[in-house]
Write a protein that binds this ligand. Sequence first.
Ligand code: ZN
Length: 302
Amino acid sequence: MTEPEGPPPLLAGIEAGGTKYVCAVGTNPAEPLLETRFPTGNPVETIAQAVTFFKEAAESYGPIRAMGIGTFGPADIDPRSPGYGTILTTPKQGWSGFNVVNAIRDGINEPIPIAFETDVNAALFGEAEFGAARHHRNIAYITIGTGIGGAFLHDGQIIHGRMHPEIGHLIVPDLDKDFGKDTNVCPFHASCLEGRAAGPAIEARWGTPGSELPDDHPAWELQAKYLAIGCINLTATWSPDIIILGGGVSQKSGLLDRVRAEFEALSGNYWALPPLDLYLQTPALDQLAGIVGSLSLAQRLL
Ligand code: ZN
């Protein structure tokens, strides 16, 4: 035993969303001890609020030993890049080119290790360590909200290629015509998953936000078909152990069961998959996945 006895190290996490920042500290990522949330304003003020929270938390709970940040994008998350920690070109005022990691490190003035990942990747880590994907080696995470994004974890490592995956832009067939519609909101593609099935597509197609559409509205049959196609294509491409459907749209009551049914119909029983109620799931951590994942990122640094 070389490790000295003592209290477990204090971890810090930031779920750095485009509309709100959530900051937390804890020794167990699944059970934050202290948390605060505030709107994402200009970068200098936003980081100053976060730094104030962490300094006060350190006075109460002891020194912070590591930090994990799950950020809105696009962002430079490559630790080998000279721009690591920077928000890339974004319409969010003042954030383009702003280095979040450097600003936090300067603010708290402690040489702690800081992990910087996308918010989707952070949520995936949370689900992998403490949520629906515990004990799985190959985990696909899709988030369906104002856009559609995704991330893949293989043996604890996020899979990046030349750049990160963009499963929102998987090309999908036009199923709108079966419903007398033709709504695709992606300006780049005639028919892609995000263009057909992200929140703005639902609202544009039916004239009402998805959150206000009743559970038996035909919108959900169409939505389930598009999401099932996305899940089929992920299964064919990578063969994960589990696919987690996160984001606001996925929380619609009854939608997950519809996706499973459509998936079964499309799959032709070709793959020897686990039962679909295990293979296709929503996040077990629900809205906490982002901050728990950010604290998990910090824990992985120690
Ligand atoms: Zn697209």
